[in-house]
Design a protein around this ligand. Structure first.
Ligand SMILES: [Zn+2]
Length: 132
């Protein structure tokens, strides 16, 4: 599936996904569960996740680099808002665990001389539909 074919998910749709995960421990995605952003472990078996959508809007302009932290959090905070209209969520694709449907966000951070694949579990309580 090409990236173009991915459905663009709204904040509400992301929350619905988060509400659809099967509760309880899932041994399949347990190594990936992280309340805040983390680098994807090099040992990741990507086949346990499936890409179900994207938060990337296909716009002419570059998506904003502004982050959304109304409560004094920072990018790595485990309680930072998940705000799809802001960085880095506006660069994320949405993945779910094939076993328990737990949703995750993933994007690639591009530094000057490195690329870093990052992942964060979706916590519905942190989803924030604010606009820049
Ligand atoms: Zn799982």
């Amino acid at each position: 599936m090409s990236a173009d074919a991915l459905p663009l998910l709204s904040a509400a749709e992301l929350a619905t996904l988060a509400g659809a995960e099967r509760p309880g421990h899932c041994s399949v995605c347990a190594p990936l569960v992280c309340p805040g952003w983390e680098s994807v472990p090099s040992t990741l078996d990507a086949s346990v996740l499936q890409r179900v959508g994207t938060l990337r809007r296909e716009e002419a302009d570059e998506p904003t680099l502004i982050e959304h932290h109304p409560r004094g959090t920072h990018g790595w905070s485990i309680d930072a808002p998940i705000a799809p209209a802001f960085f880095p969520y506006n660069r994320c694709d949405v993945w779910t665990c094939k076993a328990c449907a737990r949703p995750f966000l993933r994007y690639t951070e591009y530094g000057g001389y490195y690329e870093d694949e990052r992942i964060r579990q979706v916590n519905a309580a942190l989803i924030d539909d604010s606009q820049p």
